[in-house]
Design a protein around this ligand. Structure first.
Ligand code: FE2
Length: 189
C-alpha cells in the first residue's frame, strides 16, 4: 500500500470515478479552496488540494444512498492501493451528520468547511446577472449563510466551525472566493 499520493494520481482518480458534471465541478472548487487555505496555514497545498479533490470520490458509485458516504471513498482508495490515514480520516469525517463519523482534527474541520462553502458560493453566483464569481464579496456570502433556506443543504455548522481551526469566518470566506475565482474558467463561473 502506498502511504502517499501525488497530485497527478489524485487527478486521475477524480477523472476515473467522477463523471457527473456538477460533482466534478464541486470537487475542483473544493480543491481550490483547500489550496488557498493551505497557503494561509502554511501547510502542504498539494495534500490539502487532494483532500478537496477526492473527498466525494464515492458519490457516483453510491448514487442516492449516502449510508456509507466517505467510507466508500476510503474503500475505493484502498482498492487503488493507498493507505493514507490523515486523508482517509478527513474524508470520512466530512460525512458527520450523514454517517456516524465525527470531525476531530483541525484538518477534518477545515475540509468540511471548505467543501460546504463551495455550495453557498455556487448558489450565490447562480443568482447574479453575470454568474461570475470574481468580485463576489465575503459579506454577501455571510448574509446568505444566515438565510437558512438559501442553499438549504449546505451545512452552516461546519462552515461556522472553521473558527475552531484558527481562522476568522470573514478571512475564510475571502480565501474561499479567491480560491474559486482562480479556477473560474475551469468551473465556468
Ligand atoms: Fe462535497
Amino acid at each position: 500500500m502506498k502511504s502517499s499520493i501525488t497530485y497527478a494520481e489524485a487527478h486521475e482518480l477524480w477523472n476515473k470515478y467522477i463523471t457527473t458534471p456538477h460533482l466534478r465541478v464541486h470537487m475542483l472548487q473544493s480543491e481550490a479552496v483547500m489550496r488557498k487555505l493551505a497557503k494561509h496555514f502554511n501547510a502542504d497545498a498539494d495534500f490539502w488540494g487532494i483532500a478537496g479533490l477526492l473527498h466525494d470520490l464515492d458519490l457516483d458509485r453510491l448514487g442516492l444512498d449516502y449510508t456509507y458516504h466517505g467510507y466508500t471513498t476510503v474503500e475505493i482508495l484502498r482498492e487503488e492501493g493507498y493507505e493514507i490515514p490523515e486523508l482517509f480520516d478527513a474524508i470520512v469525517a466530512h460525512t458527520e451528520g450523514v454517517t456516524n463519523a465525527k470531525r476531530n482534527t483541525n484538518f477534518d474541520i477545515i475540509l468540511a468547511a471548505a467543501e460546504n462553502i463551495t455550495g453557498i458560493i455556487t448558489a450565490y453566483v447562480l443568482i447574479l446577472p453575470d454568474k461570475k464569481v470574481a468580485g463576489v464579496k465575503a459579506s454577501s456570502i455571510k448574509k446568505r449563510l444566515k438565510q437558512l433556506r438559501f442553499a438549504a443543504s449546505v451545512n452552516r455548522e461546519f462552515i461556522y466551525d472553521i473558527e475552531k481551526a484558527g481562522i476568522q469566518l470573514d478571512d475564510f470566506l475571502t480565501l474561499a472566493i479567491e480560491g474559486i475565482s482562480e479556477i473560474a474558467e475551469e468551473v465556468n463561473m
